[in-house]
Ligand binder design. Structure first.
Ligand code: PGA
Length: 240
């Protein structure tokens, strides 16, 4: 179980113009100094995906999307399909990030349908789940996360990734205690079985990455802010 290869994901969110390709070059240069012990996946804005696919492939990095539509094609103005992501070079797609659940009203049912679309075209979904501060304080964190899992993960699915991201830890500099993370990751592990990577996300930085990545059943990290600068992101990759 613990020999799952670590996966470090950079979620650039709505950041990154063409100049961000310089960060990919810089990261490639940093990573070329030694064989990274983790898989590295960058999820840029969709506009950069095609252009980043080649330099990332050359450097041994994977690229992924930040969401996709649940239909494979059709009259859905402004949307992007799983097949389009795949066509642009993506191997993975982040689904159900709390920002999408919050600002776009994404439900478990929709996340599940999107995951089904992703699988259909051969993308690996990274399904995000996590509790609010209030839910944690009232002792419901494990129950909430279990509910998200039950609702968001398709029944017929073999290859996927789960990312535990407490909402109150995202972009705040706050991080749950190692015991709190271990408890949630164990609950997820019991549900998803032994081979599925379980990531932790929420204020992962170079100075806490080693501690977070050494917690039982933490098989990698989903990194927001600290993935935008190659030197910071490399600090996290090194810790893996
Ligand atoms: P953060 O974001 O690293 O900036 O806290 C994490 C996330 O949104 O997944």
């Amino acid at each position: 179980m613990e020999d799952i290869r670590k996966l470090i994901v950079g979620n650039w969110k709505m950041h990154g113009l063409k100049s961000a390709l310089d960060e990919v070059d810089r990261l490639a240069e940093l990573c070329s100094r030694g064989e990274p012990k983790a898989d590295i996946l960058i999820c840029p804005p969709a506009t950069l995906l095609s252009e980043m696919a080649k330099p990332c492939a050359d450097a041994g990095f994977l690229v992924g999307g930040q969401t996709c539509h649940h239909k494979l094609k059709g009259a859905y103005t402004g949307e992007i399909s799983a097949e389009m992501l795949k066509d642009a070079g993506a191997t993975h797609v982040i689904l159900g990030h709390s920002e999408r659940r919050l600002y776009n009203g994404e439900t478990n049912e929709q996340v599940k349908a999107k995951a089904e679309a992703a699988i259909e075209v051969g993308l690996i979904p990274i399904i995000c789940i996590g509790e609010t501060r209030m839910e944690r304080d009232s002792g419901q964190a494990v129950a909430v996360v279990s509910q998200f899992l039950a609702g968001s993960i398709p029944d017929e699915i073999e290859d996927f990734v789960v990312s535990y991201e407490p909402l109150w830890a995202i972009g705040t500099g706050l991080v749950p205690s190692p015991g709190e993370i271990a408890e949630i990751h164990m609950a997820i592990r019991q549900r998803v079985g032994g081979d599925i990577p379980i990531l932790y996300g929420g204020s992962v930085k170079p100075d806490n990455a080693e501690r977070l990545l050494s917690i039982a059943n933490v098989n990698g990290a989903l990194v927001g802010g600290a993935s935008l600068k190659a030197d910071d992101f490399y600090g996290i990759i090194k810790a893996a």
